[in-house]
Design a protein around this ligand. Structure first.
Ligand code: DC
Length: 229
């Protein structure tokens, strides 16, 4: 049986996470949140006080071993997915801006990316997978039947992020969030290995002026057409 794979790549704040979860639910496929793996690795290397010494060859080697052996679990619960690192609930902890920065830092290091490849491939299980990330179509699952690139202007992504953080009771300035987003975009798009860019055969959606339901409709129309081929 062929495992159907739908990839969704794009910058942070484009709505990828929400839409990937909705698609996985709709098609009853498995879900890979690859960004969570980078976040978990960033957090783990910070907990072990290695994150600031990755330029040092032995520390990098040790970190590659840690990456390949990360003790993580994704558990479904009524309130969403619970993420465990070394049996500790880090569901909230990995969503902070700070851990996002750590993730972006480890994601720029080729040896650490390579150490996470097998783990990502292991998510491809019947009947199918929705894989959310930056390089799902260009490097991890180039054989995917449906490849979506979801983007949005930096300004609209910053506005969404501010609303999300305010909803969590945090007091944030849009200018700070916008400059974080721009810095992260630059780092993700300009790194030498697996930079963020659409696959040549990707279906590109700009969600700046669209709501979730509108984007979801575009996606399912496209995916249905691809899976029928
Ligand atoms: O999607 P996210 O914000 O959770 O991703 C966190 C960081 O990990 C982000 O800076 C980009 C990086 N990342 C990556 O390089 N490749 C992926 N497939 C997923 C995320």
């Amino acid at each position: 049986m062929t495992i159907q794979i739908i990839t969704i790549d794009g910058p942070s704040g484009s709505g990828k996470g929400t839409l990937a979860a909705k698609l996985a639910d709709h098609y009853q496929y498995h879900l890979l949140d690859s960004g969570a793996l980078y976040r978990l690795l960033g957090l783990s290397l910070q907990n072990k006080a290695l994150i600031d010494a990755l330029d040092d060859e032995p520390v990098l080697k040790q970190s590659v071993t840690i990456a390949a052996n990360l003790d993580i679990q994704f558990k479904n619960s009524a309130s969403g997915t619970i993420v465990l690192l070394d049996n500790q609930d880090v569901t909230q902890a990995i969503r902070t801006e700070r851990v996002g920065e750590l993730a972006s830092k480890v994601a720029a290091i080729p040896a650490l990316r390579a150490a996470l490849v097998d783990r990502q491939h292991a998510f491809a299980q019947p009947p199918g997978l929705v894989a959310d990330g930056r390089d799902m179509a260009t490097s991890i699952f180039p054989q995917a039947q449906a490849k979506i690139y979801l983007t949005a202007s930096a300004e609209s992504r910053a506005e969404r992020r501010v609303k999300q953080l305010q909803g969590m009771g945090l007091d944030v300035k849009i200018s700070d969030i916008l400059s974080n987003i721009q810095a992260r975009d630059n780092r993700d798009m300009e790194r030498a290995v697996a930079p963020l860019k659409p696959a040549e055969d990707a279906y590109i959606i700009d969600s700046s002026e669209l709501n979730i339901d509108e984007v979801f409709k575009l996606m399912t129309d496209y995916v249905d057409a691809q899976l029928d081929k």
